[in-house]
Design a protein around this ligand. Structure first.
Ligand SMILES: [Zn+2]
Length: 215
C-alpha cells in the first residue's frame, strides 16, 4: 500500500463522513494504521482544505514526526483502538446525531434488532466517560472495544473500527442507523429485546456469511 494514497483515502473518508452528516462541523476524525503507528486527520482544519501532507503520522507511542501538523486532539483513543483491535486497519470517530444522543443518555444499544451483531456482539456497548483527549478516555475506549468493533462513548459520540477505511465508515453509518431506530422504537414503548440464545444464533450466521450484511 502506498502512503500518499492512504493519506488521500483518509481525507476522502473524512469528507464522506461529514458530507453524509455523520459528524457536525469539524467534529469527528479518521485514522488508518500505518507501519507501527497510524495516520490521522489534523486538529482544527476543515476537511475541504486538507491535502495529503496535512495528515499526521504518529508513532505507536504517539510521537509525531518533526514539522508535522498537530494531530486531532482525540489521537489517544485512536491509538488505543488499534491496540485493542489487532484486526483494525482504520478507525472512524463521529459525533453522529442519534448515537451521540444515546451516549449522552448513557444508554448502550441492546439487541432490539439483530443487526446490532454488526459490531461483533449482542449489543453495542457504551465506553465510560472521561474528558476528551485524555489517557483515561483512551483506556475506557480500548476496554470496551476488546470484544466489539464499535461502541458508543458516554457524553461524546461513537467509534467504529474496520479492516479498511471503507469498512470503518460503513460500520459508523450502521451504528448511527441502529441508534436512530432504537430511539424511534423507544418512543413506541418498551422495545422487545432479543435474548442471548437468539443473538448467539445471529452471531454464528454472521460469521458463516463472512460479511456484515445480515439481510
Ligand atoms: Zn469526539
Amino acid at each position: 500500500m502506498d502512503e500518499a494514497w492512504l493519506r488521500q483515502q483518509i481525507i476522502d473518508t473524512a469528507l464522506a463522513m461529514s458530507g453524509e452528516g455523520l459528524s457536525p462541523g469539524t467534529s469527528g476524525n479518521v485514522s488508518a494504521r500505518w507501519k507501527e503507528g497510524m495516520l490521522i486527520t489534523p486538529t482544527g482544519m476543515a476537511y475541504d482544505d486538507l491535502i495529503p501532507e496535512d495528515i499526521v503520522f504518529l508513532e505507536k507511542n504517539g510521537e509525531p514526526l518533526p514539522g508535522a501538523r498537530k494531530p486531532s486532539s482525540e489521537w489517544r483513543f485512536h491509538l488505543s483502538a488499534y491496540g485493542a483491535r489487532k484486526d483494525a486497519g482504520a478507525v472512524v470517530h463521529t459525533h453522529s446525531r442519534f448515537a451521540t444522543a444515546l451516549a449522552c443518555a448513557r444508554k448502550p444499544i441492546p439487541a432490539f434488532h439483530y443487526m446490532v451483531a454488526v459490531a461483533g456482539g449482542e449489543d453495542i456497548p457504551l465506553a465510560d466517560y472521561a474528558t476528551f483527549g485524555t489517557r483515561e478516555l483512551a483506556d475506557n475506549v480500548a476496554a470496551t472495544l476488546k470484544d466489539r468493533s464499535a461502541c458508543l462513548m458516554a457524553n461524546h459520540g461513537q467509534i467504529a473500527c474496520g479492516a479498511t477505511l471503507e469498512a470503518a465508515l460503513a460500520l459508523a453509518r450502521e451504528v448511527e442507523a441502529l441508534a436512530a431506530q432504537y430511539v424511534a422504537v423507544c418512543q413506541l414503548g418498551e422495545p422487545h429485546i432479543l435474548d442471548g440464545e437468539e443473538m448467539s444464533r445471529v452471531l454464528k450466521r454472521f460469521e458463516s456469511y463472512g460479511q456484515r450484511d445480515g439481510g
